[in-house]
Design a protein around this ligand. Structure first.
Ligand SMILES: *Cc1c(COP(=O)(O)O)cnc(C)c1O
Length: 223
């Protein structure tokens, strides 16, 4: 079941891209493996998936070093909020961070990348719905914040990321993210999840983050 789901989604992404006149290779499928264990992840790796997303540093640290030894060329994306005391681990383990949203984190990542002599691909998370409980910089402050990351912390920010409000039409949020990305010269757009990736691709997503449509419903609560 897992095997066919990954292939199905990959093919669907290609066909949606073709429908909207985009090059399928410009869209990266980030397979979100949070809460799932090695047993669930290995079949997807065996099918050829190499780009994975996790939202907790500790959880990723518990399962990915072993998997990375067995499968080469795995690219790991941190898609959940980062706490500054986890920055060293995050920079060590991940290749891409989608969730920079405040100066303290920008500063910590900058220091760690120098220390570890490692360059990560970096995205700024934008709270497009202005939701109180949600991480991300507010849309009005996003362009300025990207500038601060680049100038003050010498971070190469190449993309923006958003998670639209659960109960709203995602289209306007994706459109807003696309507009902001143009304003700050960001090439990549991390947007779209299992429920809305088709819409996200229409609006220019370059990274869709898909979990449950590949692995099935998450039954474990993250602790
Ligand atoms: C869990 C998660 C996803 C994947 O969600 P699905 O609905 O299972 O596809 C995508 N992005 C982020 C930030 C997540 O935390």
């Amino acid at each position: 079941m897992t095997r066919s789901a990954y292939s199905e989604i990959s093919e669907k992404i290609e066909s949606i891209a073709a429908d909207v006149g985009r090059n399928p290779s410009s869209i990266s499928l980030v397979t979100v493996s949070k809460t799932f264990e090695e047993n669930d992840i290995v079949p997807v790796l065996d099918e050829g998936a190499r780009v994975f997303g996790e939202n907790r540093v500790q959880e990723a640290k518990n399962k990915w070093p072993q998997l990375k030894q067995k499968y080469s060329n795995v690219e790991l994306h941190l898609i959940g909020p980062l706490q500054s005391n986890k920055t060293a681990d995050a920079v060590g383990l991940f290749d891409v961070i989608h969730t920079i949203d405040r100066e303290k984190i920008a500063a910590a990542i900058s220091r760690e990348m120098v220390k570890q002599n490692k360059t990560l691909q970096l995205f700024v998370q934008v709270n497009t719905g202005g939701e109180k409980q949600k991480a991300g910089i507010l849309p009005d402050e996003a362009v300025k914040f990207v500038g601060v990351c680049r100038e003050k912390y010498v971070l190469e920010i190449t993309g923006l990321m958003c998670i639209p409000p659960f109960d709203e039409n995602p289209g306007p949020h994706f459109a807003l993210l696309e507009k902001l990305a143009k304003q700050c010269d960001c090439q990549f757009l991390s947007m779209g999840m299992s429920a809305d990736y088709e819409t996200a691709i229409e609006f220019g997503a370059t990274h869709v983050r898909i979990g449950s449509a590949i692995f099935g419903t998450r039954t474990k609560i993250q602790g």
